[in-house]
Design a protein around this ligand. Structure first.
Ligand code: MN
Length: 284
């Protein structure tokens, strides 16, 4: 099943012939609560519950981030070999481990990424995102997928500057997620998905998730060895080759097999020169 959040926090399941509002069926709970309830994590509604319900036009729904306030967003730096070839450093996730992005950086399908600096490169990084469905602490790679609720598309927007990743990737609007979550039962192997990222209709990134250095089970094991994962936490699994700068007016899409297409716009309206960044002192 595909489930997402639309309008004023309502939930919808996306079917082939339209979307069904399931807010009441799920007792008005927000998605982060719904996803922590199954064992293994699963939706407790099925196609039979939805057969007679009215269809809404999926393309016209006002999609919001499926999880507007994730507890944490964990990122995987340099987790595809071909992306490392285009980076100034040859280090990989093996050297760097993981990083955190601010949960407040999340926006949804149809949202707008706001560039902070008029003179610093800000890149798109199209990625597969894992949504945790039940608490995980020190799980093995072998048990890891049992803790997954589902998968979605994510853009890990990143300023290319000298600052720490946790700042460069955490500006408000820098983590588009969605448009919805495809539940794990539909994706038994997250290591066999085709992923692509387009800017203004031009293909910029294209890979299979089989090219990850640390696969999804290994990322979950690695993260959960350090920090307990909770339902609704997100792991951004890293980006393949082809990252590139975003400019005002761009339209960016991330498409992943069995999930769908996440689309956002880019605005440079609020961008200011990097040297004018608030709080910055030129002299130490
Ligand atoms: Mn990334």
């Amino acid at each position: 099943m595909r489930i997402g959040t639309f309008g004023d926090g309502r939930l919808a399941v996306v079917l082939a012939d339209g979307s069904v509002d399931v807010t009441e069926l799920l007792d008005g709970q927000p998605l982060y609560q719904v996803i922590g309830q199954g064992e293994p994590p699963a939706l407790r509604i099925g196609p039979a519950d939805l057969a007679d319900r009215p269809r809404l036009c999926t393309a016209e729904l006002d999609w919001q981030p499926p999880l507007p306030h994730p507890g944490k967003i964990i990122g995987a730096p340099a987790n595809y070999y071909d992306h490392i070839d285009e980076m100034p450093d040859s280090a990989t996730i093996v050297d760097w481990g993981l990083f955190l992005k601010a949960p407040t950086s999340v926006i949804g399908h149809g949202g707008t990424v706001r560039l902070p600096w008029s003179d610093k490169r800000t890149d798109h990084e199209g990625e597969l995102a894992v949504v945790i469905g039940r608490s995980a602490r020190k799980v093995s790679p072998r048990d890891a997928l049992r803790h997954v609720f589902g998968y979605t598309c994510l853009l890990d927007v990143t300023v290319r500057s000298t600052e720490d990743r946790s700042l460069r990737k955490s500006f408000d609007t820098f983590t588009p997620v969605g448009p919805w979550i495809t539940t794990a039962d539909e994706i038994p192997d997250p290591g066999r998905l085709e992923l692509s990222c387009h800017v203004n209709g031009e293909l910029r990134q294209h890979t299979s998730t089989s090219k990850m250095i640390y696969s999804v089970p290994h990322l979950i094991a690695y993260a959960s060895a350090a920090m307990t994962l909770h339902p609704g936490d997100i792991i951004a699994t890293g980006t393949p080759a082809g990252v590139g700068p975003l400019t005002h007016g761009d339209r960016v899409t991330v498409t992943i097999d069995r999930i769908g297409t996440l689309e956002v716009l880019v605005s440079g309206e609020d961008a200011i020169p990097y040297q004018d960044r608030p709080g910055h002192k030129a002299e130490r």
